[in-house]
Design a protein around this ligand. Structure first.
Ligand SMILES: Cc1cc2nc3c(=O)[nH]c(=O)nc-3n(C[C@H](O)[C@H](O)[C@H](O)COP(=O)(O)OP(=O)(O)OC[C@H]3O[C@@H](n4cnc5c(N)ncnc54)[C@H](O)[C@@H]3O)c2cc1C
Length: 370
């Protein structure tokens, strides 16, 4: 999808596809980012007379010859080194139309929705991996005469990281189930996924880098050393937020869903309502969110866009809260709603308020042997 001038704005793409008498297209243009260029087939966007359309490009043509697919350069990246991201030139490359001509964005979004889910699951996994390393280190490192994991401030940091990781994991797995149902033809699930995926992609992937940085710091200087594997998690985390619609684009996508598909908003609040009655902090937060939706002016796009991150962040926290209240461990859901919904915390990890059951939360991240 991504071209130099057309990244998030794929409609600005200039790659062209010319129809041939045998039903194929000849595609010419340049792609600024192409991940996994060793693949056997690619989905790509190109302009036809009807507009942006989606095409299937095989590396090898049916007669056994190689298609034109010139790898110009591998990207020199911050991280993600196991993925050979490249710049690619098509020069009369043979492709087949996928989906309706001129509706390429709609077609390719089916794939993008899957990879957006990957970004959420990848971030949740990264959080868990970082937390596991941090908790393990703290359980075995002594400082000032006691194991780090027994020291109150470190317990606060680790428990806060754990609450975040559980919220992200619960939301990711719930979204995966929603995706299964949606792909199987469940229209209610599709409607809810339309908004919940963008909300969660925005929020979880935004939280990834700061979570990775804090998990790294739990190992002190050793966390900054490659052997600890924390640097790799740290480098990977921002990419999951950039990919498949960077933070702003994901937040704006939620606004688009709100404007075009009000039923999706109704489905979202129905999902939140399913968790009410069990946690008064959660109930209040949902009532407040509903109140703020009541005064939104969707026609004032400038104001809506200006406030999009804040609104979508609140929606995401409410959704994670609802899932934890229903399906999570009580200590985790209590900590989540008090801190992420009622705002009873500081602006960094390790600022949980007194009274949170850190013992129960940490018990879940420090597996016992024997
Ligand atoms: C390692 C790597 C691999 C990649 N692999 C692929 C690949 O295989 N295929 C592919 O197609 N792409 C790939 N990409 C590209 C990636 O998906 C894009 O970089 C990403 O979607 C953002 O597009 P952009 O870089 O053009 O940024 P831009 O669109 O220029 O955006 C720049 C910033 O502005 C924000 N922004 C954009 N529009 C608005 C707006 N209206 N209001 C407010 N803010 C806005 C964005 O959120 C972003 O923060 C890859 C990128 C990387 C780093």
């Amino acid at each position: 999808m991504t071209e130099k001038q057309g990244g998030s704005d794929v409609r600005a793409n200039t790659t062209r596809a010319i129809p041939q008498s045998d039903g194929t297209y000849r595609i010419t243009g340049h792609k600024w980012f192409t991940s996994a260029p060793m693949s056997d087939l690619f989905l790509t966007l190109a302009q036809t007379e009807a507009g942006v359309s989606c095409f299937f490009i095989p590396r090898v043509l049916p007669d056994g010859t190689r298609n034109v697919f010139a790898l110009q350069r591998l990207k020199d990246k911050l991280g993600n080194h196991s993925n050979a991201s490249s710049e690619v030139e098509y020069d009369e490359t043979v492709g087949w139309l996928v989906g309706e001509e001129g509706r390429g964005v709609r077609t390719i979004v089916e794939m993008v929705n899957m990879t957006r889910l990957d970004c959420v699951l990848g971030t949740a996994t990264g959080m868990r991996a970082g937390l596991a390393q941090a908790a393990h280190h703290a359980a075995h490192r002594k400082a000032f005469g006691a194991d780090l994991i027994d020291q109150p401030l470190m317990r606060n940091v680790l428990a806060d990281l754990a609450v975040e990781a559980e919220g992200a994991t619960t939301a990711g797995l719930w979204l995966a189930g929603l995706t299964d149902r949606s792909v199987a033809g469940d229209e209610d699930a599709s409607l809810l996924r339309r908004i919940a995926l963008a909300v969660t992609k925005y929020h979880v992937c935004k939280r990834g880098p700061i979570h990775a940085a804090e998990a790294l710091e739990c190992l002190g200087g050793n966390g900054y050393i490659e052997d600890s594997r924390l640097p790799r998690l740290y480098r990977e985390a921002p990419l999951l937020s950039v990919w498949e619609g960077s933070g702003n684009v994901a937040a704006l996508d939620v606004l688009r869903a709100m404007a075009r598909e009000p039923q999706a908003v109704a489905a979202f609040f129905a999902e939140l309502d399913a968790a009410t009655g069990a946690d008064s902090v959660y109930d209040e937060a949902v009532a407040e969110l509903k109140g703020s939706f009541g005064v939104l002016d969707l026609t004032d796009q400038a104001a809506m866009q200006f406030g999009a991150r804040r609104l979508v962040g609140e929606m995401a926290a409410a959704l994670q809260g609802s899932l934890l209240v229903r399906f999570g461990h009580p200590a985790v859901s209590d900590a989540y709603t008090r801190t992420r919904l009622a705002g009873d915390r500081g602006d960094v990890f390790g600022t949980l308020p007194h009274g949170v059951d850190t013992a129960a939360i940490l018990d879940r991240v420090t597996p016992k042997i024997g």
